[in-house]
Design a protein around this ligand. Structure first.
Ligand code: AHR
Length: 489
């Protein structure tokens, strides 16, 4: 059969939550200090916020940003980071083995978000993560009261004293981070975590019933996920999972995010089971997955303790495009996703003292965040598949017919604009093929570079984006190692 791609415009599968284009800023490496906050740099404003970073992030139209960790949060005491700067203590930081000066804390992050949100249709939502390592429930309640309290109470008044009259209304709160991990301060068993998480959740909701509480999952397909979901589902609103992919060889690298697709499907099934076992009535809104750390990351290439500054290749950019295709295809289940991270640390955006660099992975993220909104559409692709080794190895077993050389997703916006993304992972051949029902006036965005090892760095942009037009007649050529977005109405 002839290779082809078709999009079923009449088949709206599920709503895409805009929060799948979320970010993450952790006190790690140069993400906060030297990334978003760089006082004294001529590129920073009066508060010390890098204006070039803010302008770049506005292009991305990020809906939500997770803060302050990550592993960092397991020894973080939020009260160290509020009030007059001269009184804030410097503390040893045990996740990345540095010193935390606490110069930047809750009020600075919220002020930075306000500046970032200027001129945007909606504010960029904060998503805070609670300290489940050395933190206490009292501290967590105090943090929520500080941020959201409206009454004449101690911590709400402390916020007022620190210069912020109105509550911040922070809706999203995570019940710890990677508490299953041996690297985590306060690592615990699923049983211990579940007891703690459900008790904290009950108390937090008594204080503020509007909170959206996010359970700490693992990869989505582990016995930890199974156990904590079963024990805690009546008390929580979303289930978080984390995954990083990478491989030294191009095709396994580009398709590794398909393992996240499998993880989402498994986590969705675990959520179903937990809801059934806990007799949660269907009238209770669906428990969605919060994929609050995802990206390409090779910790050998970019060790966390050294700030995890990855130099991303075109191969990685294609992997990021496949990651985003996965979130669009699985939009029924994914209520939020946060690329880890937003600046400098395993990030598409890097800062130098003199400016910013948009890495290769920036371009797919930009295109998806701008255009893949609305509804997921049904697609069909026929072009042959890669059936070799995968990373992780188990992926090969679950890919029944291999990984399609063209990885595809499609959406239709509220205004009726269709966007079709085609990632040609093959670095050896182009595909010139029929694309069904595309209309006559198509805008084409292509992300590619000279080869899969191409990178962007200060003064060198090998991977970029090109905008062209297509009249929809005949076949379309999807070039080797490229991501293409076709848009029409
Ligand atoms: O994003 C970097 C780190 O990766 C986070 O701190 C941690 O949660 C994960 O292991």
């Amino acid at each position: 059969q002839n290779p082809s791609i078709s999009v079923d415009v009449s088949r709206r599968l599920s709503k895409i939550d805009p929060n799948i284009y979320g970010g993450f800023t952790e006190h790690m490496g140069r993400c906060i200090y030297g990334g978003i906050y760089d006082p004294g740099n001529p590129l920073s404003d009066a508060h010390g916020y890098r204006t070039d970073v803010i302008s770049a992030l506005r292009e991305l139209d990020i809906p939500v940003i997770r803060y302050p960790g990550g592993n960092f949060v397991a020894t973080y005491h939020w009260q160290d980071g509020v009030g007059p700067r001269e009184n804030r203590p410097a503390r040893p930081e045990l996740a990345w083995l540095g010193t935390e000066t606490n110069e930047f804390g809750t009020d600075e992050f919220m002020q930075w978000l306000e500046v970032l949100s200027l001129g945007l249709e909606k504010r960029v939502e904060p998503y805070f993560c609670l300290n489940f390592g050395t933190g206490t429930l009292d501290e967590a309640l105090a943090w929520v009261e500080y941020c959201n309290g409206t009454k004449n109470t101690y911590y709400a008044n402390l916020r007022r004293k620190n210069g912020r009259e109105e509550p911040y209304n922070i809706k999203y709160w995570a019940l710890g981070n990677e508490m299953w991990g041996p690297w985590q301060v306060g690592q615990m068993t699923a049983e211990d975590y579940s007891k703690r998480a459900s008790q904290w959740a009950k108390a937090l909701k008594l204080l503020d019933p509007t909170l959206c509480l996010i359970l700490c999952g693992e990869t989505g397909h582990s016995s930890w996920d199974h156990a904590v979901l079963n024990a805690c589902i009546p008390f929580i609103d979303m289930h978080s999972i984390h995954m990083y992919t990478s491989s030294n060889s191009h095709i396994p690298n580009a398709i590794a995010p398909l393992s996240a697709e499998r993880a989402i499907q498994t986590a969705a099934a675990l959520i179903d089971i937990a809801r059934i076992e806990n007799k949660i009535p269907p009238s209770v809104p669906q428990t969605k997955i919060c994929f609050d750390e995802w990206n390409v990351w090779d910790p050998v290439r970019a060790p966390g303790e050294q700030g995890a500054e990855e130099l991303y290749t075109l191969s990685d950019a294609l992997a990021v495009a496949v990651w985003l295709n996965v979130f669009v295809r699985q939009s029924k289940w994914v209520g939020m996703a946060n690329i880890a991270q937003t600046v400098n640390v395993i990030s598409p955006l890097m800062t130098t003292k003199e400016g910013i660099v948009r890495q290769a992975t920036w371009w797919p993220l930009l295109l998806f965040s701008r255009y893949m909104r609305g509804w997921t559409l049904g697609t069909h692709v026929q072009c042959g598949a890669y059936d070799g080794e995968t990373e992780p190895a188990w992926l090969q077993g679950v890919l029944e017919q291999g990984a399609s050389w063209l990885d595809v997703s499609a959406s239709v916006s509220e205004e009726g604009v269709v966007s079709l993304v085609v990632v040609n992972i093959n670095d050896q051949r182009d595909y010139e093929i029929e694309v069904g029902d595309v209309g006559a006036n198509i805008t084409v965005y292509t992300v590619t570079g000279p080869n899969v090892k191409a990178v962007n760095a200060a003064g060198k942009e090998e991977v970029g984006i090109k905008e062209t037009k297509w009249d929809g007649i005949g076949k379309f050529k999807f070039s080797r190692h490229s991501m293409t977005m076709l848009r029409w109405q």
